[in-house]
Design a protein around this ligand. Structure first.
Ligand SMILES: [Zn+2]
Length: 165
């Protein structure tokens, strides 16, 4: 653990023994990052730059459900969602900055960036979509989220900036 990181969260993963894993009643699945990277590259082949929007849409849906399930509000809810992201293996999330007009999050060891490999553009669109849902709810209006640094581009960490549209 690194100073400044959110505290580790103990995720109560439940296995019903019949093919379903749940966390607090919500269904989850384990999937290799390579599976998602291959899906992402296939969608990019078909849809080009619009692939990023498709993946972000998926992230927004999951992010809205995850955010809605969390207790608390404001910074407490933000920190809970980031701790959850870390706990379920989406990388090591940290809150860099939160004001009424901005939310900035960094993620070390993004599995999406690691599985994708080197890229000239950011690749963590699923995470970006999740953070868009979180930021919209937290800032109370529609937001745009930009991945301003990505490990796939050689950065030490991925960094996401949310601001009102
Ligand atoms: Zn990234």
């Amino acid at each position: 653990m690194v100073a400044g990181d959110p505290p580790a969260m103990n995720v109560p993963l439940q296995d019903d023994g019949a093919g379903a894993l749940t966390i607090n009643g919500a269904r989850y699945l384990l999937i290799r990052p390579e599976t998602l990277a291959a899906l992402q590259k296939a969608v990019e082949t078909v849809a080009g730059r619009r692939a990023a929007d498709c993946l972000a849409a998926g992230g927004r849906t999951g992010g809205a459900r995850a955010t809605g399930s969390l207790a608390g509000a404001g910074e407490e809810r933000v920190r809970s969602l980031l701790a959850m992201g870390t706990a379920i293996g989406w990388g090591r999330f940290a809150l860099e900055h939160l004001t009424p007009d901005a939310l900035v999050v960094t993620v070390h060891r993004s599995p999406f960036a690691e599985a994708y490999g080197a890229s000239a553009a950011p690749v963590c669109h699923l995470t970006r979509g999740v953070l868009q849902s979180l930021a919209s709810l937290t800032l109370g209006r529609p937001v745009r989220v930009t991945e301003t640094a990505c490990a796939a581009m050689g950065s030490a960490a991925c960094r996401f900036e949310a601001a009102p549209e």
